[in-house]
Design a protein around this ligand. Structure first.
Ligand SMILES: Cc1cc2nc3c(=O)[nH]c(=O)nc-3n(C[C@H](O)[C@H](O)[C@H](O)COP(=O)(O)O)c2cc1C
Length: 148
């Protein structure tokens, strides 16, 4: 069975709620993911999984979450050829750089050789019931993209 890890950063809980809903979707599709706050893992750990899902809110002026910075730097020392990946994050459309952290992580994963199988999922602030359903769907689609 494929192994999937979700790594997220969340300051006020919105991205964490997305991570939980995506994990629900994965479970409904038959895969029990490992879910970790980015401060509790490191980039090397994700190389042990077939599917990698990263989540970050956007901070500053289109920046990655502060908690993600060390992990992001560590990513320079790994390669992800043959891995499938996806990215999500809570965002705020009152900022000009809407959800730029999601785009930053998509770019990085591709540079490292991963196949990013879904468009980055950006949700406005706290996920609504409908947004959580979208997150669950995102999880299910990711499992399908793994071909399991
Ligand atoms: C100082 C500050 C800067 C922010 N900058 C951006 C930004 O550039 N782009 C964006 O989409 N959201 C931005 N946000 C909004 C956060 O991404 C948003 O509040 C998100 O829901 C936080 O997610 P979390 O609950 O997982 O921490 C910013 C928020 C704060 C407080």
């Amino acid at each position: 069975m494929s192994k999937i890890i979700i790594v997220f950063a969340s300051m006020t809980g919105n991205t964490e709620e997305m991570a939980d809903a995506i994990a629900e979707g994965l479970k409904e599709a038959g895969i029990e993911p490992v879910v970790k706050n980015v401060i509790d893992t490191n980039a090397e750990e994700i190389t042990h999984f077939d599917g990698i899902i990263l989540g970050s809110y956007t901070w500053g002026d289109g920046d990655l979450a502060d908690d993600f910075l060390d992990f992001y730097d560590e990513m320079d020392d790994i390669q992800l050829d043959g891995k499938k990946a996806a990215v999500f994050g809570s965002c705020d459309s009152s900022y000009s750089e809407y959800g730029a952290a999601v785009d930053t992580l998509v770019t990085k994963l591709k540079e490292l050789g991963a196949e990013v199988t879904l468009e980055g999922l950006k949700i406005e602030l706290s996920p609504s019931k409908d947004d959580k359903a979208l997150c669950m769907q995102f999880g299910k689609q990711f499992v399908q993209s793994l071909g399991v």
